[in-house]
Ligand binder design. Structure first.
Ligand code: ADQ
Length: 726
């Protein structure tokens, strides 16, 4: 097993000053428990912020570092001003509400980006300082979204995982955040990006498409000549620990005390005091339940435990006041001298008390408006070794995608929630038992250790570098050798693609004009002795002529069906066959174009193309799928091929592809000519196939290719060509 570097915003320890002395303790959070196994093994390190430990003397600082070192914890020190902006500003002030779909909690002006970037850089420095070859790096959560790419830049070969503990927002909302491109690119520095649910993974993929234009293939993304895997890993809890605790004498005694206070049924709420947890609507629903069911007064009580959280953030202070006002109003309206409808505890409770509460409750209300997973729901189930209790669970918690046997609720529907509270309290015993048994089977089989194992196994698999992937860039030495061979060849034949190879894709074919630098480069190459240049494009003759008409090179339009030799003025081509299919195809394409805003039709002599680069990406892809199906049925007996390419569907005369230029070019060339073909898409693969064994092929950009050599992008392709004339 490789050494693991865990990188999270917080270290799994709590530093405090007790009677003037600095005290360091392990803190028992869910992540800390889950990772304690791997952290204690194989020299693993945990890198993170040690907490707010100000006013340390130099001696105390040194002693703290020594103690942390013993615990294999590496502190990342962040200056207080930066910390506020990084943590309270950008992370919790902007990313937290946005990712939870709570736009009303977003500040008018998002601040703290620079501090966010600086803090991520400090983490990167610490990771690089401790990194050894072969380590696995596992980065956690929204505070560190830039870190994977920062590490990738400095440690290109490192094996890096990223896990997001909170939801990923719908792309429509994600698009609203400043620096959205940097955040996505930051995460894509990882080899494996993990989410709690398939929904979050889909939202992430959708944002990649809309914000960066990067498509994904279900669980794979190709970016920057690397494959990035996406995966779903629902986090579990330490079920053994919760079961043992719940069965312990101490907890059982405490449960008897809690249950023995009176005959009230107990409704439990346990949350960090956070506006995402749905506490205010839960209280409103409980209030309505008390109005609607006077017979329940004195027979039921809600115990709401709220752990103080992010207390220096204003939104959290306001939220606390609102929660406490609601509780005050409800208790004021319904309490009697013997009974109060709500017990409210504003503090954390220790694990014995937590376990006793889980065990004593008749019903637990887990009602977040949105929550990455929600471990409280799973801890409750893990504690119910007696198969008792009812879990009421929000559809908007990540846990809902696994725990289907809970009593599900929509936290935004207060009236219905109030009915659900009544239903949960009066659920028939057999149904209650059946639900809890099913929930327990699920929660016990996917505990936190399973989560850690399955994530790390996937990370090992995603980063197995023993099988050099088809996406690896060609080593510089190989490229250098190719340049030498080209430079020293007696005769050189360059066969070049255009869109995506020499210039970026434009929104419509006629808009992809060559820039001045490219024209100069082509002129210089054309002037090189014993060098012939052929540009082979899918575009029509007019378009190609407009682009390159003035340059002394050979032009091929419509995948080589038409050719204009160097210096010639007319195009030569084969006979254009009768195309009985054309009118019918055009009619269908017009229909799709009308229904797909942003799409357009391009008519050529041997083909008709439908472009959807400007359409809304997901709808465009959906329509393209429909269109392909439709066309394949319609044209099954026609002499055409349906070619799908980057944001393009083309119906093309059979037998026309870029491969047809190869025999012609070789026949015109002197014997022993050194042929180099360069391209980026599926049409160029036809060219490469026809050239196999007779020349060297170069693929530009990501994705799979049969080419001999790969360069990462258009700039690199141009640099390679420029090296022939510099
Ligand atoms: P949180 O928002 O903190 O976590 P949650 O998953 O419910 O939410 O975890 C809370 C933890 O705090 C639980 O382990 C619980 O036992 C503990 N806790 C809650 N109330 C307590 C109390 N009063 N006293 C003591 N302990 C208490 C983020 C995401 C979640 C995601 C987790 C893990 O927001 O959606 O499930 O990370 O990925």
């Amino acid at each position: 097993m490789s050494r693991l570097l865990i990188v999270a915003n917080r270290l799994p320890i709590a530093v405090s000053r007790v009677e003037g002395k600095i005290h360091v303790e392990r803190s028992p959070g869910g992540l800390a428990t889950g990772l304690s196994g791997p952290h204690s093994k194989s020299d693993a390190l945990w890198i993170g912020w040690p907490g707010d430990v100000q006013d340390l003397t130099d001696d105390e600082h040194a002693a703290l570092e020594r103690r942390l070192d013993e615990l294999r914890a590496v502190p990342v020190w962040i200056p207080p001003d930066d910390l506020r902006e990084f943590y309270e500003g950008f992370s919790n002030g902007a990313l937290w509400p946005l990712f939870h779909h709570l736009l009303d909690q977003m500040p008018l002006r998002v601040q703290g980006w620079d501090a966010y970037e600086r803090a991520n850089r400090r983490f990167a420095d610490e990771v690089c300082r401790h990194y050894n070859d072969g380590d696995l790096i596992w980065v956690h959560d929204y505070q560190l979204m830039l870190l994977p790419q920062m590490l990738r830049d400095r440690l290109p070969e490192a094996r890096i995982g990223f896990f997001l503990h909170i939801p990923f927002p719908a792309s429509e909302l994600f698009r609203t955040i400043a620096h959205r491109e940097r955040l996505l690119e930051g995460v894509l520095g990882a080899d494996l990006v993990g989410f709690h649910t398939a929904g979050y993974m889909r939202s992430f993929a959708s944002s990649l498409l809309r914000v960066l234009g990067i498509p994904s293939n279900v669980d794979r993304v190709y970016h920057d000549q690397r494959e990035v895997r996406l995966g779903v890993f629902p986090m579990g809890v330490d079920t053994d620990k919760f079961a043992k605790l719940a069965e312990s004498d101490e907890v059982q005694a405490r449960v008897r005390e809690l249950r023995g206070m009176d005959d009230c049924a107990m409704i439990l709420g346990i949350d960090r005091l956070d506006y995402t947890k749905g506490i205010r609507r839960r209280l409103l629903a409980y209030e309505k339940f008390l109005y609607d069911h006077p017979e329940m007064h004195g027979r039921v009580r809600m115990t709401q435990v709220a752990v103080p959280s992010r207390t220096s953030v204003e939104a959290y202070q306001d939220f606390r006041s609102q929660v406490e006002a609601s509780i005050g109003r409800i208790n004021g309206a319904f309490s009697t001298p013997e009974w109060a409808p709500i017990h409210y505890l504003y503090r954390g409770v220790d694990e014995v008390e937590l376990s006793a509460l889980y065990r004593a409750a008749d019903v637990i209300l887990v009602t977040p408006v949105r929550d990455g997973m929600n471990l409280v729901a799973k801890e409750f189930v893990a504690s119910r070794t007696d198969d008792g209790g009812v879990l009421v669970l929000s559809e908007f918690a990540g846990a809902a995608s696994e725990l289907a046997e809970a009593v599900m609720m929509n936290p935004f529907d207060v009236d219905r929630t109030s009915e659900i509270i009544h239903r949960a309290l009066t659920l028939p015993a057999d149904e209650r038992l059946a639900r809890m048994r099913a929930l327990r089977r699920r929660v016990l089989s996917y505990d936190v250790h399973h989560w850690v194992r399955s994530y790390l196994e996937s990370l090992e698999e995603a980063t197995d570098r023993s099988d050099p992937s088809a996406f690896a860039p060609t080593p510089p030495a190989r490229l250098e050798r190719l340049c030498d061979e080209m430079r020293s060849a007696d005769d050189l034949l360059l066969v070049l693609g255009y869109d995506g190879t020499l210039v970026p894709f434009a929104s419509a074919p006629e808009l992809s004009k060559p820039d001045e630098d490219l024209l100069v480069l082509l002129r210089r190459l054309a002037a090189r002795p014993r060098t012939e240049i052929h540009v082979v494009s899918g575009s029509s003759r007019d378009v190609i002529e407009q682009r390159f008409g003035e340059i002394p090179i050979h032009l091929h339009a419509e995948y080589g069906f038409w050719e204009r030799a160097k210096g010639a003025v007319v195009w030569e081509g084969g006979d254009v066959p009768v195309q009985e299919w054309r009118d019918q195809v055009l009619q269908i394409l017009e229909n799709f174009t009308a229904r797909t805003p942003g799409s357009l039709i391009e008519e050529k002599t041997v083909s008709v193309a439908w472009h959807y680069r400007m359409a809304e990406p997901e709808f465009g892809a959906f329509q393209a799928n429909e269109l392909t199906l439709h066309l394949s049925q319609l044209l099954s007996n026609e002499p055409v091929e349906i070619v799908t390419d980057d944001k393009l569907i083309e119906v093309r005369q059979t037998g026309v592809d870029k491969g047809i230029v190869v025999p012609r070019l070789l026949a015109q060339s002197p014997p022993g000519v050194f042929v180099v073909a360069m391209g980026d898409d599926r049409n160029d693969e036809e060219l490469f196939a026809a050239l196999a064994g007779q020349g060297t092929t170069i693929h530009v950009g990501g994705g799979t290719s049969m080419a001999d050599v790969r360069v990462p992008n258009i700039d690199a392709a141009r640099r390679l060509l420029a090296s022939l004339v510099d």
